[in-house]
Design a protein around this ligand. Sequence first.
Ligand SMILES: [Zn+2]
Ligand SMILES: [Zn+2]
Length: 411
Amino acid sequence: MIKSNWQIEQSCPQCGAPIILSETDHILDCPFCRTRLYLAPDKHFSYYLPPSTKIGLQGELFYIPYWRFKGSSFKTTPPTLTYRFLDTNIIALESSALRSSIGMRPQTLKLHFVAASTKGRFIKPRLTLEEVLPQFVRNKQKSLHNSFIGEAISLIYAPLILYDKKVYDGILGKPLLTVGADFIETLSSQTAAPKTGIKFIPTICPYCGWDMEGEKGSLAMICKNCNSVWTLQGQKFDRIKAATMIGPRMDENTVYLPFWRIKAKFDGIDLSSYADLIRIANLPKAITKDIENSPLHFWSPAFKVNPALYLRLCRQITVLRPYDYESATLPHKNLYQATLPIEEAKEGIFINLTQMIANKKRDYPKLKGLSIAIEEYRLEYHPFFSKGGEFINPDMGVGISRAALAFGNML
Ligand SMILES: [Zn+2]
Ligand SMILES: [Zn+2]
C-alpha cells in the first residue's frame, strides 16, 4: 500500500503568511495571526500544479484534469466480495495522447487551490470519477458491482505549454510527441478558467456565534456552547442531527468514536424492518413482533479505516444494534473526529448488504439495479474504553485496535 499525501501551498487569507496544508486538512489554522478558517471547496477540492519555472518556455499555458482518488474499492463477484485500498490519479479525458496518470511524486511538488484568478486555460473534465475508477478493478471475472468509498476525492490540474505548435509537459519541459494536430485544435478552443473556487469560511457556529471545535481533518464541526454539529452543504455549514450513545460503564476516560446511522429506502429488495434484515442475513435471532416493527438502520464508521475493518464494523454494529440509551448532549472531551462523509456511507450500505446476504444465489441478482435512497441520517458518538492496544465497546462486543485508528488518520 502506498501512503502518500499531497501538500498544498496556500497563503493565509487574513495575513498573507505562507501555509502548507495537507490534502486531508479541512481547516486552515494560521500560526501567525491565529485565524482559523474552514476550507469549503466547490463540490470537491480542485488543485493545480504550477508549471516549472526552470523550463523557460514562453508559450501558452493549459491545464489538464486528473481525478485523484484515495479510498477503498470493493468488488462483488458472486459469491465473493473482495476489496483493496486505492491511492491513485487518472486522467479525466478520453485521450490516449496524454499521460494516463500524473506520475509525479507528492513529495517533490506542491499543489495550489484553483481560483478564478489562476492564470492559464483549464480543460474541463470530460469523464466523471465513476467512469474512470472501474478500470482499476477490471479483471477476467466480470463483477456484479464495484463500490468505492472515497476518503479523498479531488481534481488535480497538471500544466501543459503550447509553444510553436508543439505541446510540452509543463513540469518536465519535454515535448509530448504523441500529441497530434487535432489535440492542439482542441486546446485552442478552451477558454474558461473555473469561475468558482474554494471559499474560506469562519469556524464560528452559525447559530450562536461561538467558536466551533474540530481537528484539522474533521468533517463535522462541533459547537459546545449550543450543543450542535455542523457539516458543509455546498459552501456553507448546515446543522446535522447528532447523538451520544450511553453505555453503563462510561467514565472520564471514555473515548467517543463517530458512526453514521442511516435509514434508507430500498427499491429492488424487500428491506424495510430489522426483521427483513434478519431474514436476508439469516441471523440467529428470534423475530418478535417488536423486531418486525422496528425500523431498519444501517451503521457505518464515520472515520477512515482499512477496508477489512470497515466491513467488519459496518456489519457488527448494524447486526448488534446499539443500546437504547442516548443523550442529545455531546461529550465534552475525547471525541474522535469524523473524517468519512455521509455521501460515502450510501455506498457503504450496499457493501454491507452484500456481505450480509446469506442466500447469495437467491438474493445477489437483486443487487443489480438495486436503488438505495437515504431517508434520514445522524452522527452518533459511541463510547469506547481503552484497554491495551484496543478501543473496546463491551456492550456491543466491538473492538478496534489503536493501530488501525492511527493508520486511518494517516490516510
Ligand atoms: Zn494568518
Ligand atoms: Zn453554537
